[in-house]
Design a protein around this ligand. Structure first.
Ligand code: SF4
Ligand code: SF4
Length: 390
């Protein structure tokens, strides 16, 4: 390939389409998606053809569309409509939380408002909960993973994330959404192996590289701020983002939230790997001006970022003070119904349910915050150590 063509391709790969979309009216969403594809010169993705396309939204747990826990079904349904109209076999689905069985998947899709619109649009909600083992010989952190068999078997994957804050990773958008290719229980294994955000970021980058989705879309029409990715508050932002590079899309997503890309562990590690320039300046925005949509004030953070004493002095901080400064999960007794979802999700087996209520063993807790993420009653709160007993 001549140098000029290579440079044009690299530039196209870093393009992020920014497209205003006022609501989830299907006609508005479809128009926004088609405009994004035009801005990206990505018409090839919807050109008439054959084969299968797997649409991978964020369905971390069941929740009505208005709660902004999941990618809004209208975004998935409208892309399904376009692709099925072009002749493709369209499947959609996710590996929510710790669920690894078909009846649970069908229930979660139904409760999240997916089944009817996606199937009416010519797509199929995939309830195959099986996983396959895949090796990642060139990965930096992971050598082997379990991946959802149906996603693995598709000719193409399109990633359709939701813009949300995240208690461990600060933000979930394009790259983080692909953690959902790992079937339920196997997610816990990865959390247990890589409890620190920076190390977990490396595994997410490996996964993202391996999946090789052909397009990354972020539903930021209504995002989530505060204790995301499941217990936060919906926030209108009015825009869809799309691009071929998940890292470039995530830079735009961070800015949209009013946050600095360098404050995101995933973007720091992506830049360190050379997937982005060190100052994130190689992202090419096309379409509507991003400035029009940047949250002001910024999205409320998803967790408590590491205390500046720990960030600055790390190992020099005495163990007792570390325990006081660190963020910990706390169960709110007035909201907890004793369902045990937190204990089943806990990769460190640090939650004991023998009394009928969750009791967290602080010494075993690896502070992954899966319990907060997967509690259906928002009964787990993150607090600094000194407030954990209050
Ligand atoms: S998941 Fe939430 S409601 Fe269920 S036992 Fe745990 S804290 Fe209580
Ligand atoms: S108690 Fe919560 S934060 Fe601690 S390891 Fe278990 S799931 Fe993670």
């Amino acid at each position: 390939m001549p140098d000029s063509d290579r440079m044009n391709k690299a530039r196209d790969d870093r393009k992020v389409a920014v497209v205003a979309c006022p609501d989830y009216d299907p006609a508005h969403v479809r128009a926004a998606l088609l405009r994004a594809l035009t801005l990206l010169d990505a018409g090839d993705l919807i050109a008439p053809g054959q084969g299968s396309v797997y649409l991978k939204p964020n369905i971390v747990m069941a929740g009505p569309p208005a709660a902004a826990i999941t990618t809004h079904p209208a975004v998935v349904a409208e892309l399904a409509r376009v692709l099925s109209g072009a002749g493709y076999t369209v499947m959609a689905g996710d590996c929510p939380g710790f669920y690894s069985d078909s009846p649970s998947l069908r229930r979660i899709y139904r409760q999240s408002g997916y089944t009817e619109p996606v199937e009416a649009a010519g797509g199929h909600m995939c309830d195959d909960a099986s996983g396959v083992r895949v090796t990642l010989p060139d990965a930096a952190a992971l050598r082997e993973i379990q991946m959802a068999a149906a996603m693995r078997g598709a000719d193409r994957i399109i990633n359709i994330a939701k813009l949300k804050t995240h208690s461990l990773m600060e933000m979930t958008a394009a790259v983080k959404n692909l953690f959902g290719v790992v079937p339920g229980v196997h997610k816990a294994e990865l959390h247990a192996r890589f409890p620190r955000a920076e190390d977990f970021a490396e595994t997410l980058l490996d996964l993202c590289e391996h999946v090789g989705a052909s397009l990354h879309i972020v539903d930021a029409i209504v995002g989530m701020e505060g204790p995301g990715p499941t217990a936060g508050t919906p926030r209108f932002t009015g825009v869809l983002l799309a691009g071929r590079s998940p890292h470039a899309v995530d830079v735009a997503a961070a800015r949209l939230m009013g946050m600095k890309p360098e404050s995101m562990p995933l973007l720091r590690r992506a830049a360190a790997r050379g997937l982005l320039s060190p100052n994130f300046s190689d992202v090419v925005l096309v379409g509507d001006p991003l400035e029009r949509f940047i949250a002001d004030p910024p999205y409320k953070s998803g967790g408590l970022s590491e205390h500046f004493l720990l960030r600055t002095f790390g190992r020099l901080v005495p163990a007792r003070m570390k325990a006081l400064l660190r963020t910990q999960p706390v169960v709110l007794g007035n909201l907890c119904v004793g369902c045990g979802c937190c204990a089943r999700a806990c990769p460190a087996r640090a939650i004991d349910m023998s009394s009928g209520r969750p009791v967290i063993d602080r010494r075993s807790c690896i502070r992954c915050f899966c319990c907060q993420e997967l509690c259906p009653r928002r009964a787990v709160e993150l607090r600094r150590g000194w407030r954990a007993g209050k």
